[in-house]
Design a protein around this ligand. Structure first.
Ligand code: TMP
Length: 289
């Protein structure tokens, strides 16, 4: 697809672009440098997965456990926590600084609660298969195509790594060019969950965690083009450790659209509103790969 065709394709009612000239320029660069220079950084919940499917809100990684066979007290508590903290997460009137302590509170309480549930490693497969978590339409094509061209994909998530792996395994393919950084559960010898392996990754510390202490970005520093995909403003910092020349930021705005659109348009290059597919990133890849 030529750049003109691509820009035409972006001219859809659910696609919002603050600075079309900038977007055109970056896409031109991504096309020019091609797959050998490309890397992808993507959030998981509500970025690679759907927010809504057939009129119902889909599960995040944490919700997968909530929907699963965990005790009733957990489900009630987890719901109460979500009802308290999700509106704070998505409130465009609060600053990130105001949100951070609340998000730390949410993740700390939520993970503390999970630790009391004696989750068995074996139950995860069933929790995922019976859950409402769904990869976006076109996600398998996205993964397969990036594997075909050996483009590294970093999935950086404040969700739960064990759940992410299982969702991808069940609904698509986990290829060896894909790397997940997330909260991974710790299990004892009996296969019961006892906690998490590392310090909490919540939506606003994706810039200072695991990946930035590792040599991930250094090892692929010759890849100077990046497509970054996220759904929260915290996701914009997922690649702070990478020095790239051309970065296209695609944001999925799933809820509180009217209040948040202007802010998202300032922060993301392309904002996709109420789009449950990966059609736009996939079309871009058709031009670049
Ligand atoms: P993400 O980094 O993959 O987007 O994952 C974070 C999402 O998980 C964020 O939208 C909030 C959500 N979440 C829950 O649904 N339940 C929980 O208990 C916690 C801690 C987070």
């Amino acid at each position: 697809m030529t750049i003109e065709k691509m820009m035409e394709f972006l001219n859809q009612p659910n696609v919002h672009i603050g600075d079309p000239d900038h977007v055109k320029h970056v896409i031109e660069q991504l096309i020019q440098y091609g797959p050998d220079k490309l890397q992808i950084v993507a959030d998981f919940d509500r970025t690679l997965t759907k927010y809504i499917h057939k009129g119902h809100v889909c599960a995040t990684c944490h919700n997968v456990l909530e929907e699963g066979s965990l005790p009733e007290f957990y489900k009630e508590e987890a719901r109460t926590l979500r009802d308290t903290y999700f509106p704070i997460e998505t409130n465009p009137k609060l600053s990130i600084e105001e949100k951070i302590p609340k998000m730390i509170e949410w993740w700390t309480k939520s993970h503390g609660l999970l630790e009391t549930c004696e989750i068995s490693r074996d139950s995860i497969q069933h929790c995922v298969s019976s859950s409402t978590a769904k990869l976006r339409d076109g996600c398998s094509w996205f993964f397969d195509e990036l594997k075909k061209y050996e483009v590294p994909v970093l999935i950086f998530s404040a969700g739960i790594g064990d759940i992410i792996e299982e969702v991808i395994k069940q609904q698509s393919t986990m290829h060896d060019n894909m790397h997940i950084v997330s909260n991974y559960m710790k299990f004892n010898e009996e296969g019961k969950m006892t906690g998490f392996q590392q310090a909490i990754i919540h939506i606003y510390n994706k810039n200072e965690n695991a990946i930035h202490d590792s040599d991930y970005f250094q090892n692929i520093e010759h890849r100077t083009s990046m497509i970054l995909m996220g759904d929260s403003l915290g996701d914009l910092h997922m690649a702070d450790g990478a020095e790239v020349d051309h970065k296209l930021k695609i944001g999925f705005l799933n809820s509180r659209v009217e209040e948040s659109l202007e802010l998202y348009k300032k922060k993301y290059d392309i904002v996709l509103v109420e789009d449950e597919t990966l059609d736009i990133p996939n079309n871009l890849l058709r031009s670049i790969l």
